[in-house]
Ligand binder design. Sequence first.
Ligand code: AOF
Ligand code: ZN
Length: 373
Amino acid sequence: MVEEEVVHRRFMARAFRLARRGAGWVSPNPMVGAVIVNRGRIVGEGYHRQRGMPHAEVLAIEDAGREVAGADLYANLEPCCHHGHTPPCTDAILDAGIRRVWVSVLDPNPLVAGRGVRLLRRHGVEVHLGLLAGEGGRLNEFYLTHAGTGRPFVVLKLAATLDGKIATATGESRWISGTASRKLGHRLRQEVDAILVGVGTVLADDPQLTVRMGVRRPRHPVRVILDTRLQTPLNARVLNDLPGVRTIVACGKDRDARRENRIRLLGAEIWPFAADSRGRVNARSVIRRLGREGLTSVLVEGGREVAASMLRDRIADKILMVLAPRILGGDAWNSVGDLGIRRISRSVTLSEVRSRRVGEDILVEGYLRREKS
Ligand code: AOF
Ligand code: ZN
């Protein structure tokens, strides 16, 4: 029995790996991988490549050909039972004569949400739900958050020194982290729907916010700048490089109309918002609107004020902190602005913390408890 469990996990882990190949391409759909096993041997595999394209299960069934009859299927997400761009996977599974199905997590899409599993069971298929559910949930944390709540999953990424600094006293920040972790940053950009920074970062670093280093087939995320008073320079690289990439400048309602027009002429969208209690664009409203526009994930790359509001207002779901083996001292810039915390018991605390080496740097990641919004 225990041995058998190990085998099931191995096939599900294979489905996870296949699913991950769709990272960055499937949004707003989930990443899904499927494996078909007959008499202990993998006879078919498939994964969802891109939104609008066939589903993992259907591809795996095709791949298995005649060997699918009486076989087992492993899928990281509950098979769909509705007509979208493609017909229901549950029909394909039943037509193929698959006998047993292992599913990691349910699909929160209201058109599915447990119906896929129930339908299969009703037709005599043996369905096992919850195999490697923790990892299956983390794999699709963008999709599951967005499909379940309508808001995107928010990742706050910071690259700092061991003493938590992101720039020297003169504002120099290139480069605190090493090549390996900067490459990782570009791969991460490739997987999210939007990158968001504050105007302070645009003024200090003039970033492009595009996918470059070591990514073969770049897919650029939407660029979002929080810029209450429209201070983004008209010659900033975010407004001028890669004009085909959608760029959004979120500003206060009380803005300069001439400047707004000039930014629009460069191809960027202007999104006006009410200010928060500190007189800045309300980041939570911006994030919510991104979710309404179908964006499932946002990577926040700083600077310190934006990082502070993501933590203060509990907007971030996850933190990725790259720590470079350097020290800059007290006159350098902090990675996170003031949070007004007086007691250790009130500190922003991560859970499910993991860490690993990336080149010379250390990557620490963990989850935050988010307030409902
Ligand atoms: C699956 N297998 O590989 C995927 C599923 O418009 P469609 O037809 O692509 O349907 C998209 C919805 O189907 C998506 O919102 C989610 O509920 C489910 N995705 N389901 O069984 C897959 N990609
Ligand atoms: Zn499907």
